[in-house]
Structure formats: structure tokens, C-alpha cells
Design a protein around this ligand. Structure first.
Ligand SMILES: C[S@@+](CC[C@H](N)C(=O)[O-])C[C@H]1O[C@@H](n2cnc3c(N)ncnc32)[C@H](O)[C@@H]1O
Length: 279
């Protein structure tokens, strides 16, 4: 199965999980509605909106004058907005299929039995660096990545394999590009917010039962124990903001928002947000 079909399949499998997303949605919405100063209330862009289970669209449409939804999967967006009684309009614009990463079309041509060579990986990463999103009038007031970075990295796991000698390099370059994309879509003075899952109950089973108040300390412990998804350690990401010249020049300040649980029934994830102010 190719990388893009994996995402569409996940969206089909989770299409009836609106209820299960309830507490995750409340955390995401509190993060978004916190961007409440009037100058930030104009144009919102959500990357990886998928089934839109993690946002309350009517509330966002009354908070922001324009809401733009971006995803690889056009059917998921259509399903998602219909479920919330919405239709595409000037105030709710859908952009799909759009690959935010710029790597999916190439990954879809790779086969596990024919691993790419170093030149092909270099070409993939150069293509990703040059990739620009087909979004008219970017300059959004608020841009949010909705648990998308882990999915982009998952595409690399599926197509390249986590054992490949250039896997880590590819993850770090794709991560940097994702942060740059978020910031470049944001107008000066606006906010770019990375919301991402960091670890799941597969390797941290206590996530299924731990009281929410104990979650921040537990997540810190898992991170110290190197128990997190490759490329998604929040400390390493904030360090990269200070080290990478291309990112430094785009960020005025940043803050980590404490983690919460995204419970999908038999599986749970710890999720955190990184809010960045665009210079
Ligand atoms: C984990 S889901 C986020 C949850 C989603 N907001 C919801 O409520 O259903 C990640 C989303 O990212 C999308 N996605 C994955 N890779 C993508 C890419 N390269 N470009 C754009 N969207 C992508 C998937 O189709 C999926 O809808």
C-alpha cells in the first residue's frame, strides 16, 4: 500500500470516532481560541484537518473570519465538514488533495523491496526543501499543524524504513521543513502552532489509565527514557528552533503548552503543542 493510501485508510477507519475525540478536541480548541487578540482573529489555516474530529468548526467560524482546511485526503475533509453541518464557503475553504510535505508523490513510487539509493533520497529532500503549498494569499494570522508531523514521518517509516542509514537525516530535514512551512504561511506577528503526538500507549501503557494531572511529569519521564516517536521530542524541537538559522530568523518567541491525552479507546497518545510567534 502506498504512503498516501495509508493516510486515507486511517481516516476511513476513524471516521466514526467523533465522540472518542471529545477531550482531545477540547484541548485543541482551547489552544486555538486562546489566539484571541482581535488582530489574530482573521484568517486561520489548519494543516492535516482530515475528518475534522479535533476541531469544532462552527466555533472556529465564529471566532475567525476565514477558516482554511488543508489535507491530502479530500474525502475526509468533505465528510468532516458535513458531519458538523458545514459546507465550503468563503468563510470555510477546503484545499485538497494537497501534500504539505512535498514528498508523498515520490514516496508512492518507492517499493520496500527496492530501497532508494543515496541520490534518490537527496533528490527527495531537495524537492521537499523547494516545495511550496498551493495556497493563495498565505499570510495567515494563525496556522496550525494538527498531528500532521507524526503522519509525515510515518510516511517515511513506511516507504524508507526506520533502519535505513539515511532515515534519521531525512526525518530531521523533513521536520525542519515542516516548521519552516508553518512559519512561512504565517504573517509577521501571527502564530504558528505545532500540535503533535509524541508517544503512544504501545510503548507507554500507563497512558491508558494515568490521571491527566500526572501526564506532564509522566511525559517528561518517557522523554528522558528516550521513549518517544522519532523526531518528535519537544526538547529537541525547541533546541532546533534556536540552532537552525532559517528557523531563528522567522521566530520571535515560542512556548510549549503542557501535554494532554488523546484517547482512541484501545490506544492513547500523549500530545503537546508548541506555539511560535512569527517575527
Ligand atoms: C492524525 S490525522 C489528524 C487528525 C484529523 N485532524 C482529524 O480530526 O481527523 C493526520 C491528517 O494528516 C493528513 N496527512 C498525512 N500526510 C499528509 C501530507 N503529507 N499532506 C497533507 N495531509 C497529510 C492525513 O490525511 C490526516 O487527515
Amino acid at each position: 500500500m502506498d504512503a498516501s493510501e495509508i493516510h486515507r485508510r486511517f481516516n476511513r477507519e476513524t471516521k466514526n470516532k467523533w465522540q472518542a475525540y471529545g477531550s482531545h478536541r477540547a484541548h485543541v480548541m482551547s489552544c486555538l481560541l486562546r489566539q484571541g487578540d482581535p488582530p489574530l482573529r482573521n484568517r486561520l489555516c489548519l494543516l492535516g484537518a482530515g475528518n475534522c474530529h479535533d476541531v469544532d468548526l462552527p466555533a472556529l467560524r465564529s471566532h475567525f473570519t476565514e477558516v482554511h482546511l488543508v489535507d491530502l485526503d479530500s474525502q475526509a475533509l468533505e465528510r468532516g465538514i458535513a458531519r458538523q453541518g458545514c459546507q465550503p464557503s468563503d468563510n470555510l475553504q477546503l484545499h485538497a488533495p494537497v501534500d504539505v510535505s512535498g514528498i508523498v508523490a515520490t514516496l508512492d513510487t518507492w517499493r520496500p523491496d527496492m530501497p532508494p539509493d543515496a541520490d534518490e533520497i537527496d533528490a527527495l529532500l531537495r524537492g521537499a526543501s523547494a516545495h511550496e503549498l498551493p495556497l493563495p494569499d498565505a499570510d495567515f494570522d494563525v496556522v496550525v499543524s494538527l498531528c500532521l508531523l507524526s503522519q509525515i514521518i510515518e510516511s517515511l517509516v513506511v516507504s524508507l524504513g526506520s533502519e535505513h542509514p539515511q532515515f534519521l537525516e531525512a526525518v530531521l530535514r523533513i521536520r525542519k521543513k515542516h516548521l519552516e512551512t508553518l512559519l512561512k504561511l504565517t504573517r509577521p506577528g501571527g502564530r504558528a502552532i505545532l500540535i503533535t503526538d509524541v508517544v503512544s500507549s504501545d510503548t507507554a501503557p500507563a497512558l491508558l489509565t494515568l490521571p491527566e494531572t500526572q501526564l506532564p511529569n509522566a511525559v517528561a519521564d518517557w522523554i528522558n527514557e528516550q521513549n518517544f516517536f522519532t523526531g518528535l521530542n519537544p526538547m529537541a524541537i525547541t533546541e532546533s528552533l534556536a540552532k537552525e538559522a532559517e528557523l531563528c530568523q522567522l521566530i520571535a518567541r515560542h512556548a510549549l503548552i503542557k501535554p494532554w491525552r488523546w484517547n482512541l479507546g484501545q490506544r492513547a497518545f500523549a500530545v503537546y503543542a508548541l506555539a511560535m510567534e512569527r517575527k
